[in-house]
Design a protein around this ligand. Structure first.
Ligand SMILES: C[S@@+](CC[C@H](N)C(=O)[O-])C[C@H]1O[C@@H](n2cnc3c(N)ncnc32)[C@H](O)[C@@H]1O
Length: 218
């Protein structure tokens, strides 16, 4: 029952209105914080490379930030991986590898913009893996179809394309150290797999001016 002396709350004083304002403010602040975090992560992950840094082991990255030392040349910050081809082109880089290729959708986008690419190495097992939970871990017949689609997608660049259809941990032994300008790590997505790929492939990146791009580092 309403008390005699209790006045109804109107306009901006209504609790529902105040809750809405609070919710909008919170989501705005979370959005700003998230964008700042993304900007920081992309700046760090796209600026690792360079002579002194590359001679150190990957673990040293925690104590050695090439972005602040100025040793690495680095590449400009970017938001979308679709912009990477233009950046690699502008940086005058020529040799790349993609670990985890699937349909080669990204390879196609990248190579369309990276016109002075000379070698692009596709590394993927294109096979059903036991004990590995991932949406990309399809059955073998589907993997064979995906492989065929990938080859079709990169056909326009076939003179540059080199394929290693095996585990990243096996393919890595096919390459000399300091070979690549750019390595994109996008194969296994669990922590151990990503770390292992980064450790094994790190020496394959050129000591001077190499760029490494990582996806799904969350
Ligand atoms: C997310 S998909 C790659 C998508 C691709 N980079 C793109 O953006 O279009 C991951 C691929 O990695 C492959 N893969 C997963 N673990 C692997 C491993 N240990 N060695 C080689 N390939 C692996 C899978 O077969 C799958 O095709």
């Amino acid at each position: 029952m309403k008390q005699e002396n209790q006045l109804p709350l109107r306009g901006i004083l209504r609790p529902r209105f105040l809750v809405r304002v609070l919710a909008h403010t919170c989501s705005f602040l979370i959005g700003v914080a998230f964008q700042a975090y993304i900007a920081r992560v992309s700046r760090v992950d796209t600026n690792i490379g360079g002579s002194e840094h590359s001679r150190r082991s990957f673990e040293d990255k925690t104590t050695f930030d090439p972005c602040t030392t100025g040793i690495a040349r680095g590449v400009p910050t970017f938001k979308l991986r679709e912009d990477l081809g233009i950046i690699l082109e502008a940086e005058g880089l020529h040799i790349g590898a993609e670990l985890g290729v699937q349909h080669a959708y990204f390879s196609k986008t990248l190579l369309s913009a990276w016109v002075s690419n000379r070698e692009y190495h596709l590394v993927d097992v294109w096979a059903k893996q036991e004990n590995y939970v991932d949406v990309a871990n399809k059955g073998q017949s589907e993997q064979d179809e995906i492989y065929a689609a990938a080859m079709e997608n990169v056909k326009p660049w076939k003179s540059n394309i080199h394929v290693c259809r095996n585990f990243t941990t096996n393919c890595v032994h096919n390459y000399e150290d300091d070979h690549f300008d750019f390595i994109y790590v996008d194969a296994r997505h669990d922590f151990k797999g990503v770390l292992q790929d980064m450790q094994l492939w790190w020496p394959k990146l050129k000591q001077v001016g190499g760029a490494r791009l990582c996806e799904d580092l969350g």
